[in-house]
Design a protein around this ligand. Structure first.
Ligand code: CA
Length: 237
């Protein structure tokens, strides 16, 4: 599958060199010289990844990133110059996936891009397998301690009382119950439960887990926080 990268860089010589390197690595490359053009191309061409320079004419990289994130979860790698550390932090909070500091080596840039695509491929593959497994045992009743889940009826019963769960909370619980003992990253949970509808950040996962723990009462303690990763339902209640 050919992947399209949108390169947003106003320094023409640098853009040409980077574009040549990426093309050589097998990617299709689109170039935009300013922020407005970048947004137009992102909208029309739906690139698989965006390389986004910080200092741009007409609209800076921060604003481009903000607007991109209003409707898209496309991976974004920021290209920043020195002395932009504060901006860099803000950029990552806004949902950039990575950054490289100028001057950067072309090999490093291509390696970073490759790493992001490998991560996406891996998540997509695991998701597809999990969805297949979920579809296969959708009719099955799941039990965990005093909790019973009937996926077919989207019903969760704790100690004989039906729980009032949102769609997201139910899907999250369903995923955890199917895989006790397995640790899930926040980004995996975002993809698996929220799909492509989420906009930015991973607070939505933390908030949903928080609500789920509360609704599960003492059983909620069985959902462990895995430091630096995400969450896991203990193997045994
Ligand atoms: Ca620039």
């Amino acid at each position: 599958m050919e992947r399209t990268i949108l390169l947003v860089e106003d320094e023409e010589e640098l853009a040409a060199v980077v574009a040549r390197e990426l093309t050589g690595a097998g990617y299709r490359v689109l170039c935009a010289g300013d922020g407005v053009e970048a947004l137009r191309l992102a909208q029309e061409e739906r690139p698989d990844l965006v390389l986004l320079d910080w200092m741009l004419p007409r609209m800076d990289g921060l604003e481009v990133l903000r607007r991109l994130r209003e409707g898209s979860a496309v991976p974004v790698v920021m290209l920043t110059a020195r002395g932009e550390e504060i901006d860099r932090v803000v950029g990552l909070e806004l949902g950039a996936d990575d950054y490289v500091t100028k001057p950067f080596s072309l090999r490093e840039l291509v390696a970073r891009v490759g790493a992001i695509f490998r991560r996406l491929d891996h998540v997509a593959q695991v998701l597809a397998e999990d969805r297949g497994a979920a579809a296969a045992d959708d009719g099955d009743l799941l039990e965990y301690g005093a909790l019973t889940l009937r996926p077919e009826y989207r019903q969760a019963v704790l100690e004989g009382i039906a729980l009032d769960l949102s769609r997201t909370e139910f899907d999250l619980l369903h995923l955890l119950l199917r895989n006790p003992g397995r640790a899930f990253s926040r980004s995996y949970l975002l993809d698996a439960v929220w799909g492509e509808h989420y906009v930015t950040g991973d607070r939505s996962v933390d908030n949903a887990i928080l609500r789920l723990r509360k609704k599960l009462g003492s059983l909620g303690e069985a959902i462990d926080t895995v430091w630096g990763v995400g969450y896991r339902l203990r193997g045994e209640p």
